[in-house]
Design a binder for this molecule. Sequence first.
Ligand SMILES: NC(=O)c1ccc[n+]([C@@H]2O[C@H](COP(=O)([O-])OP(=O)(O)OC[C@H]3O[C@@H](n4cnc5c(N)ncnc54)[C@H](O)[C@@H]3O)[C@@H](O)[C@H]2O)c1
Length: 297
Amino acid sequence: MKKNIVVIGAGTMGNGIAHTFAQSGFTVNLVDVKQENLDKALKTITTNLDRIIAKGNLTEEEKAQTLGNIKTFTDIKDAVTTADLIVEAATENLDLKLRIFSQMDELAPENCILATNTSSISITQIAAATKRPEKVIGMHFMNPVPIMKLVEIIKGYSTSKDTFDVIFEMSKNLGKVPVEVNDYPGFVANRILMPMINEAIETLYNGVAGVEEIDTVMKLGMAHPMGPLQLADFIGLDVCLAILNVMYEGFKNPKYAPNPLLVNMVMAGKKGVKSGEGFYDYSESKKAEKVSKMFLK
Ligand SMILES: NC(=O)c1ccc[n+]([C@@H]2O[C@H](COP(=O)([O-])OP(=O)(O)OC[C@H]3O[C@@H](n4cnc5c(N)ncnc54)[C@H](O)[C@@H]3O)[C@@H](O)[C@H]2O)c1
């Protein structure tokens, strides 16, 4: 059984992935270029474990074991020498991912599977940066990782059945529900979600309704736990824009063209929760109040 996991990138997704593997008994080497991000990740994991304890679903001893399963590294070389599986969750940038995969290919043991948590970049293209494309696969966790059950398992053009089977089973061992998906732009989750978010923005842009009105229709009318505009704020408007552009380019289909309001907001630095403002205002004094001045006609 594959036991030694390396997670590259200790941001939003990386800390959640490390937490999930460690809590399921795997040993995890967590790597980031910035020590402060590693420190922050360990803090977040500790807080999240305390939350699970408060709900009665974990003991103090299991928390200690989970944290004991995680080691942090700033140099990938030291982290991957005995890896069975590396899950890359670094910043969403094609050149960066190609560089990391070529480096992992050089440094990791021959049998090690190389997975990526990318939301939108082609697994086939990433695999082509290595000499082991049959061992490269998409493992698309959802945010927040310890809570969300789904993992999209994305087969690149050259991913072997062996690699797929190992990752599918391993996802089940993490208590997740894996779903098999082929490698086309947006995979399944974002191919369906992003056009809905884009259409919600278009509806706002056309003045059909305001921010809260659109979100309320989708929450109360369609039983969505969160409206599409608030969800876009949580995902990050820059991330939504990047994914739409990948689908627009990938399919050469205007139906995926990002709405100009989304483009403008990203250019203005309004990226949602992470920047303090998107369709809602997340500053301390306002706490998710809609930014009505900008959108309501
Ligand atoms: N945020 C989401 O909701 C979400 C959901 C699913 C998938 N994803 C995908 O997960 C990946 C990570 O996204 P995130 O939201 O966690 O990003 P993030 O910006 O929160 O974290 C990225 C981390 O990668 C680190 N990093 C950058 N270059 C590195 C390198 N060479 N080596 C090691 N670490 C490096 C950064 O320092 C940062 O800590 C992306 O591919 C993204 O598309 C994100």
